[in-house]
Design a protein around this ligand. Structure first.
Ligand SMILES: C[S@@+](CC[C@H](N)C(=O)[O-])C[C@H]1O[C@@H](n2cnc3c(N)ncnc32)[C@H](O)[C@@H]1O
Length: 236
């Protein structure tokens, strides 16, 4: 799978691509990444990528021409435009996007892109939530991380991804590591028992408990087998 980030701040991606899940995927040859500096596609000697808004008003608008030129150069790919006005990103959107071979992520700044970027590319507009950040770079990295970790082999054990919160529609169960006792707080006995079946059931029940108390609405669409439904009956 390949991610192409289109940005006026390419250096923001240096740390992201040097460490972590995407960096690991790149090293393993499972992920390819391109970072495209929009200024390279500007048409004036100042390498401008934004201008004042027609009609006046505060804030600059990102020029359409450099974006369209850059996307032409990139070629094929599913174009995602980061925007607070897009559909809300979640685990199911990440799963859907993990099936694409190539994703082009457009990172806006200022007031966003000239409307003709939207009209010409008909991109998949995606939001990280109902709040506004200053640029599309952080949202784009966040999307790529969530999508990239679903690619088989990128995270050491795909089982850990499948047990993450939201993967099957439930929140994750609690995790413990050493020491067995810390400031009077003990690791639950079942986790020290070595009894795999009991541990599996405990974790499943804990995931249901967490979901029921924190995000009960998730239970309406979660994938629940007969055992989970029985556990849930007992909890409610
Ligand atoms: C300051 S924002 C522009 C907000 C725009 N004027 C609006 O109100 O819809 C600049 C850029 O940050 C990115 N951005 C801001 N909030 C975002 C969000 N919630 N999700 C995804 N991208 C976001 C987008 O790329 C956007 O073009």
């Amino acid at each position: 799978m390949r991610f192409d980030f289109v940005t006026i701040f390419p250096r923001m991606f240096d740390a992201f691509l040097a460490e972590g899940v995407i960096a690991r995927g790149v090293k393993q040859g499972l992920i390819e990444v391109g970072v495209w500096d929009l200024r390279d596609y500007a048409s004036d000697r100042h390498r401008s990528t934004d201008d004042e808004a027609y009609g006046g008003g505060p804030g600059m608008v990102m020029l359409a021409e450099p974006v369209l030129r850059c996307v032409d150069q990139i070629g094929s790919g599913h174009v995602v435009l980061t925007s607070p006005q897009g559909r809300r990103f979640d685990q199911s959107v990440a799963k859907e996007l993990a099936t694409k071979e190539r994703i082009v992520l457009l990172c806006g700044r200022y007031e966003g892109f000239d409307q003709r970027v939207h009209d010409a590319l008909q991109p998949d507009e995606i939001s990280i939530g109902d709040f506004v950040v200053s640029g599309g770079e952080l949202p784009a990295m966040l999307f790529a991380d969530a999508i990239g970790r679903m690619i088989e082999g990128v995270v050491g054990n795909i089982g850990s991804v499948e047990e993450d919160s939201f993967f099957r529609g439930l929140l994750d169960y609690p995790h413990y590591t050493r020491p067995e006792e810390l400031r009077g707080m003990r690791v639950p006995d079942v986790l020290l028992s070595g009894h795999h079946e009991k541990i599996r059931k405990w974790r499943k029940e804990q995931a249901l408990r967490a979901t029921l108390s924190r995000r009960p609405e998730l239970l309406e669409t979660a994938e629940l087998d007969a055992e989970a439904r029985k556990m849930l009956e007992k909890l409610t």
